[in-house]
Design a protein around this ligand. Structure first.
Ligand SMILES: Nc1ncnc2c1ncn2[C@@H]1O[C@H](COP(=O)(O)OP(=O)(O)OP(=O)(O)O)[C@@H](O)[C@H]1O
Ligand code: SF4
Ligand SMILES: [Mg+2]
Length: 334
């Protein structure tokens, strides 16, 4: 296993009190795997990434039963060793809104050269040669290195940021919402490019999005996150063909086009719980049409429902009924 987190808890602490943004999450990513993490806004996707990369604000806490990357116990590793051995070299991030992260007053190539030299002892000339190689990998002409960010389109800026993250061929490349803010055609091209990158560079990829359609054709496995927890995880095809968790069934209804062009779009009513007052039981209970009293009383256990497929719902034994009812609009809007 490349990355393993068990019972990961990440809490922001500010004047208004604690916010349990990641609340008992289990996650495992294998070598050379593309793992898609999907979940609606505010469910804790970026917090998970920031906790992994130690980018949390000073008063936040990161706790876990296990947090392991390769042979490193990330809970025990010093900040100094994390920065010199892991950051960028082993785990690299393309942050959310990456296309706006470039400094507008410096040439794009010079910014990537600077990032490479901050993490290694190479000369400027060698770093420039590496940027040319990286641009080629992400499908940018090397001549574009000497342009300014405003001379790039949004998709090109995003690819430049991906090239920066690939500088040391990290074992794990994390992309937080890489396609958000791009038009559909540019999104499609970028996703194709990500698949090509995956063939050329042997990195694992953690691809984060709120759009289940974005990862359908890119990820090997998908984890569905809700209110700080992973509620379902399965190989991609299985997740689409046989979802088990009511939230995933609701998500599938909300993105029917990738599966069935004739289906009616059904949205999930309501909104996620306030993570400053996390619910005692299932986080989805307030919106779930299949809720029982027991769901509110205690957290649903994560149940193994098939080959590499887990779901955190107390009603797995009722899945046939739940699956049939979940396709009816009246179920969600009664
Ligand atoms: N600095 C912070 N202090 C307190 N709470 C925060 C802070 N940053 C995020 N949160 C809260 O943590 C929760 C998770 O936020 P996060 O940004 O991780 O969600 P997300 O899934 O990445 O959402 P999006 O899809 O909008 O990017 C939210 O309730 C958010 O309001
Ligand atoms: S545990 Fe209960 S409330 Fe939660 S998803 Fe399952 S049926 Fe719905
Ligand atoms: Mg986010």
């Amino acid at each position: 296993m490349l990355l393993e987190a068990r019972n990961l808890r990440v809490t922001y602490r500010n004047a208004q009190g604690p916010v349990s943004a990641v609340d008992g999450l289990d996650l495992a990513i294998s070598e050379h795997e593309v793992f898609g993490l999907v979940g609606e806004s505010g469910c804790g996707k970026s917090t998970l990434v920031k906790a992994l990369l130690r980018l949390m604000p000073p008063r936040a806490t990161v706790e876990a039963d296990v947090l392991r990357f390769k042979d490193h116990d990330l809970l025990a590793l010093s900040d100094k060793r994390f920065r010199s051995e892991i950051l960028m070299r082993e785990i690299a991030l393309v942050p959310q809104s990456a296309q706006n992260s470039l400094n507008p007053v410096h040439r794009v190539g010079a910014q990537i050269v600077e990032a490479i030299r901050a993490h290694s002892n190479v000369s400027t000339a060698k770093a420039r040669a590496r940027v040319a190689e990286l641009f080629d990998i992400v499908g940018l002409q090397p001549e574009l290195m000497d342009r300014f960010p405003h001379e790039f389109s949004g998709g090109m800026r995003q690819r430049a940021m991906i090239s920066m993250a690939l500088a040391f061929e990290p074992a794990l490349l994390v992309m937080d919402e890489p396609t958000t803010g791009l038009d559909v055609l540019v999104q499609e091209r970028l996703l194709r490019r990500i698949r090509e990158i995956r063939e050329r560079v042997r990195s694992s990829i953690l691809l984060i999005t709120h759009d289940i359609g974005v990862i359908a054709q890119t990820a090997d496995r998908i984890g569905v996150m809700y209110a700080g927890r992973l509620v379902e995880c399965a190989p991609t095809r299985r997740l689409f063909e046989q979802p088990w968790h009511p939230y995933t069934l609701g998500l599938k209804n909300a993105f029917p086009s990738i599966l069935d062009f004739e289906s009616e779009l059904i949205s999930i009513p309501g909104s996620p719980p306030d993570l400053s007052r996390p619910p005692a039981g299932c986080g989805f209970a307030e919106r779930c049409p299949f809720v029982l009293e027991t769901c509110r009383a205690q957290r649903p256990p994560t149940v193994n429902v098939g080959a590499g497929h887990v779901s955190a719902c107390t009603r797995t034994q009722d899945i046939e009924h739940i699956r049939a009812a979940a396709t009816e609009k009246v179920t969600w809007h009664c």
